[in-house]
Design a protein around this ligand. Structure first.
Ligand SMILES: Nc1ncnc2c1ncn2[C@@H]1O[C@H](COP(=O)(O)OP(=O)(O)OP(=O)(O)O)[C@@H](O)[C@H]1O
Length: 316
């Protein structure tokens, strides 16, 4: 029995527009669906709608869903040593980038102290998986999150070695990020396996290095800079954290560790200086409470840093 192919085409077009291509072969109706840029639920909904529209009595409908991999760019945030505020900067940078209009997600790859679920106010959440692909967890700040901390039992130390951490990092980076176009990746401190996998396998668009003003932190930062430069990953720039002390009473800034060290070190290394974040009790309190300062309308610290990162991404 011949069937009105055109009629099937029109019915499918009515639900899928240009996204579907219909081909009828014998008793079978084949539909190729282009789901580029759709997240998993939207993709499922589209496929279901196409199936309904194409269904004809006695005919088998076969759908093939294709999706070009979204052009997603990774911004690695790294530091030479721990405790310099890398996680704090990553969270606030991701939020500030999202507020500046980029579709930004956050990957917490810090195996030693995955703190992003707390910073982003989703502590205790577990990502769901669909066909073994993780679904990032939504946060109150418009930045979806996946954290190494969500992959292990709460409170359990992560004692993974090489291949396991590499596998876990792959799961986080290659998750179902949907329309997310920018991924901020909070790396563990130092220059270990996760960093190597990051630069070799996931090829970040660029790296942001965080340092405090102290000499030792700066020497460590140079090591981190080296790791990326040797692998051909461009350095977007250096952020100086805990730069100057903001008085909790009057807000006045003073410089217990001296001023200008990180900026000079950046210049010496030939990389951009993206700005300084003061040592501010309010930043710590807000971070611990899961209320990142970059989410506030009066943020004057992280927005300018994000603006520079965004400009760099546009220009590279
Ligand atoms: N500019 C700042 N002002 C005040 N406190 C800060 C600032 N930056 C970070 N902190 C605090 O310092 C501590 C360490 O910060 P954070 O966890 O971001 O560092 P890290 O470099 O990611 O550390 P780790 O290597 O352990 O992951 C946290 O308690 C954080 O709230």
């Amino acid at each position: 029995m011949s069937m009105d192919e055109n009629e099937v085409r029109q019915a499918v077009r009515a639900v899928a527009g240009e996204r579907a291509t219909v081909r009828v072969e014998g008793q079978r109706i084949g539909v190729v669906i282009d789901a580029s840029g759709l997240d998993a639920p939207a993709r499922d909904a589209l496929e279901a709608a196409v199936r309904m529209a194409a269904a004809r009595p006695g005919r088998e409908v076969r759908t093939v869903v294709t999706a070009e991999r979204a052009q997603r760019r990774l911004v690695a945030v790294a530091s030479g040593k721990g405790g310099v505020g890398k996680s704090t900067l990553s969270a606030n940078l991701a939020i500030a980038l999202a507020r500046a209009g980029r579709r930004t997600g956050l990957v917490d790859a810090d195996i030693y102290g995955p703190s992003q679920p707390r910073l982003m106010a989703v502590e205790g959440t577990r990502p769901e998986a669909r066909d073994k692909v993780l679904l990032p967890v939504a946060t109150p700040y418009g930045v979806p999150l996946l954290s190494m901390g969500q992959l292990v039992e709460p409170g359990r130390a992560i004692a993974w070695r090489g291949p396991m951490t590499a596998g876990a990092l792959g799961q986080l980076v290659d998750a179902d990020w949907g329309l997310t176009d920018t991924l901020v990746v909070d790396l563990p401190p130092g220059t270990g396996d996760v960093q190597l996998t990051m630069v070799q396998k996931h090829r970040p668009a660029g790296a942001v290095i965080v340092s405090t003003p102290q000499d030792l932190a700066l020497i460590d930062a140079r090591r981190a800079i080296d790791l990326f430069q040797k692998a051909g990953v461009p350095i977007i720039g250096l952020v100086e954290n805990m730069a100057g002390y903001a008085c909790p009473h009057c807000g006045e800034l003073s410089d217990p560790f001296g001023r200008g060290g990180a900026e000079a070190a950046a210049r010496e290394a030939g990389i951009a200086f993206l700005g300084r974040v003061p040592l501010d009790f309010a930043i710590r309190v807000a971070s611990d409470a899961g209320e990142p300062p970059a989410a506030r309308d009066d943020d004057r610290v992280f927005a300018p840093i994000a603006a520079q990162v965004a400009a760099w991404l546009r220009g590279s």
